[in-house]
Design a protein around this ligand. Structure first.
Ligand code: 3H9
Length: 647
């Protein structure tokens, strides 16, 4: 079947695109549209053309799967120009999303209308590229330089109402999009036509505008190339002719498309889409989740409950007594109030989220729960006591999950009747924000239980990754190696601020020592002490020396750095230098690039060990864990991708 079909309603033709799943602009689609322009131009009965899409969305952009191959004709910029130059006005009728090349096609049309709730945008920078078919050249002609800059350098789509306010689209409609588009077209034919977008002027921004934007974006981008290159294209659009700006944009697009950053971001794009639906569970039907229980209303439990409520699931929150329950519900309220403050939730929505949480101190309240997630103190005895209660009170087929991050899930599940329904669901704090969900089955976990873990991940809009059982699963195990490697550099005489600066330079928001100071050094210390007490040979970490000296991080006024009272700016610490001096055995000189290469190399080496032990299913799962749980720069593709790049 053809991906482009033409139908007629009086003087108005409708061109319908049907290229599932997201109407991406494959070569066949571009050719189909190219031919449609010729057909309709040649048809004297046609006065205007509505361009509409079948399926869940308008055109979601260029076909990213074609990006690794040589460009094929007709090229997208030529197609946009051809639609704009058509003898009849084209009207883009948008539902779902008009993104990247999809929005560029819409800007080639003489008019754009969108269904309420639809969005438009230019997300190319999230793929390491710039728009390649006039996005940086036509957008400022429609909406001005500032709005174009926000769209193109930020990559975030905007909803139809905002798009209308910005001038990106001409009308927002509701109900039947096709009927609305036909009515719009008939009305438009009564009026003089507006200029094609390419012929509209761009208002010159204030002096100093570009320089200020350059500084701000460079700071945000932390080494990511595309946002700055997009800014450069916009500046060209504002200062040069349309044709010159188009040539500049195209050259930039083609250069970036082949870049390592774009390859990394494409790999992440596809890995993120593959992760929630792993092939080995394709034929397994998950359990339907209608009601979920959460045990523990601390930071983690409250965060998990909030994530469940955000997905519309009713939650029963269990705490050990009335006082703890009140605290837990208070934690939830704080989370939702924060959503209101940040403009993410209305007061009414926050109240509705909270109302969907039933608090209880009696496990009997979980009798009808389909899934229960335990998030209590990380102590094996406490956890096992919880699961004993759950086994007593929950339905025999209810799925029982632990949120443990370090304990062995098999030990937690010991003695549980029907262990096939047991699973680890490791959320990351704050659980309502962080995208990563490590899903940890035991040998006895059933495929259906595992599939339900993934279904939950999808429902919560998380990136679910399956992990095998080992200390720290995937993420915390690599974190441990990373920290140990950073301490290894300290022992070789590399300075703490140098290591942090090197990792910031690599693209992390924080270096390993700054991050520990923020989170606190005591949690990992207590874990090591616990393991030592249990008879394990855990070597002394340099962090242990600091914690023993009372330096637990920012909260104690000092950790790896000193902090002035009430301040977060790290200062090099003479005390720390003195504490560590006896452990510094050599003085090597390393560039920041060498430091970053060493630490990322160590992460990748641990990743390889994790793969060899089958703890992770594939390298891209490890990359997703690092990107979504540990702040690894997305545009580097993750440690495994980065290591591959270096051979
Ligand atoms: C661009 O346009 C460059 C131009 O400026 C210049 C060119 C010269 N291509 O996300 P979903 C697949 S750059 C190929 O789960 P949703 C996806 O892999 C492009 N495939 O759906 C998945 O496949 P599978 C700028 C694509 O409903 C399936 O579609 N555009 C593409 O949750 C469903 O995807 C973008 O960056 C693509 N462009 O969300 C938009 N997009 O089923 C990227 C998706 O086999 N796309 N697939 O796993 C999106 O943001 C979302 O897909 C969208 C729908 C919001 C549209």
């Amino acid at each position: 079947m053809s991906v482009v079909t033409i139908a007629h309603a009086g003087e108005i033709a409708t061109v319908t695109i049907d290229n599932p799943p997201v109407n991406a602009l494959s070569q066949a689609l571009r050719q189909g549209l190219w031919d449609a322009v010729a057909t309709l131009d040649a048809d004297p009965a046609v006065k205007a053309v509505v361009l509409i899409c079948a399926g869940r969305t308008f055109i979601a952009g260029a076909d990213v799967t074609e990006f690794g191959k040589p460009p094929m004709e007709p090229h997208l910029p030529d197609l946009v120009a051809r639609i704009e130059g058509a003898q009849k006005p084209w009207i883009a009728a948008i539902h779902g999303s008009a993104l990247g090349g999809g929005f560029e096609i819409a800007m080639g049309c003489r008019f754009r209308i969108a269904l309420e709730g639809a969005s438009v945008g230019l997300p190319e920078v999230t793929l390491g590229i710039v728009p390649g078919a006039s996005g940086t050249v036509r957008t400022p002609r429609l909406a001005g330089v500032q709005a174009a800059l926000d769209l193109v350098t930020g990559g975030k789509p905007v909803k139809a109402a905002k798009a209308k306010a910005l001038g990106l689209i001409d009308a927002v409609v509701s109900g039947d999009l096709q009927a609305a588009a036909l009515a719009f077209a008939r009305e438009a034919l009564e009026q003089p036509l507006p200029f094609p977008v390419s012929q509209r002027p761009i208002a010159t921004p204030e002096p100093g505008f570009w320089e200020a934007q350059q500084t701000a974006i460079a700071k945000r981008a932390r080494g990511e190339a595309a946002p700055l290159r997009a800014l450069d294209c916009l500046r060209k659009a504002a200062e040069a002719s349309f044709d010159e700006a188009m040539a500049h944009e195209r050259a930039t697009f083609l250069e970036l498309r082949a870049s390592e950053q774009a390859q990394a971001l494409r790999a992440v794009f596809f890995a993120e889409r593959a992760a929630p639906r792993p092939a080995h569970l394709r034929d397994v039907e998950p359990v339907a989740l209608r009601k979920v229980g959460v045990i523990g209303g601390g930071t983690m439990g409250a965060g998990i409950a909030a994530a469940l409520r955000d997905a519309g699931l009713p939650v029963t929150l269990i705490e050990r007594d009335a006082e703890a329950l009140a605290r837990g519900l208070g934690n939830l309220k704080t989370i939702f109030d924060g959503g209101v403050k940040r403009g993410k939730l209305s007061e009414a929505q926050a109240a509705e989220r909270l109302a969907g949480v039933t608090g209880a101190t009696d496990y009997a309240a979980l009798a009808d729960a389909d899934l229960v997630i335990e998030a209590v103190f990380e102590e094996i005895g406490v956890k096992r006591a919880v699961f004993t209660e759950l086994a007593r009170h929950c339905r025999a087929d209810a799925i029982l999950a632990t949120n443990t991050s370090y304990l062995d899930p098999r030990a937690i599940a010991e003695g549980l009747p029907n262990p096939a329904r047991f699973i680890g669901l490791h959320f990351f704090s704050p659980a309502n924000v962080m995208k990563l969900l490590e899903i940890v089955p035991t040998a006895e976990t059933s495929a259906q239980t595992l599939a339900t873990g993934f279904a939950l991940g999808r429902a919560l809009n998380k990136i679910p990754v399956q992990a095998g059982i080992c200390e720290g699963f995937i993420g915390n195990r690599i974190l441990k190696r990373y920290r140990a490697a950073a301490e290894g550099l300290l022992r070789k005489g590399v300075a703490i601020p140098e290591i942090d600066a090197a990792m910031r330079g690599y693209g992390f928001a924080m270096g390993p020592f700054e991050a520990q100071d923020l989170g606190g050094l005591d949690i990992a210390f207590l874990q090591r002490e616990g393991a030592r007490a249990a008879g394990q040979a855990v070597p002394e970490a340099l962090a242990d020396i600091l914690v023993r000296a009372g330096r637990k991080g920012q909260k104690t006024g000092g950790g790896w750095y000193d902090y002035a009272p009430g301040e977060r700016a790290p200062r090099s610490s003479i005390t720390v230098a003195e504490l560590l001096a006896p452990h510094v055995t050599e003085f090597v000189s390393m560039t920041r690039e060498e430091i970053a290469a060493e630490l990322v190399g160590q992460m990748a080496a641990e990743g390889q060990a994790i793969l060899d032990e089958r703890i992770a299913r594939c390298p891209s799962d490890i990359d997703l864990v690092e990107i979504h749980g540990y702040g690894f720069p997305r545009w580097r593709g993750g440690p495994m991708f980065a290591a591959q790049g270096r051979g």
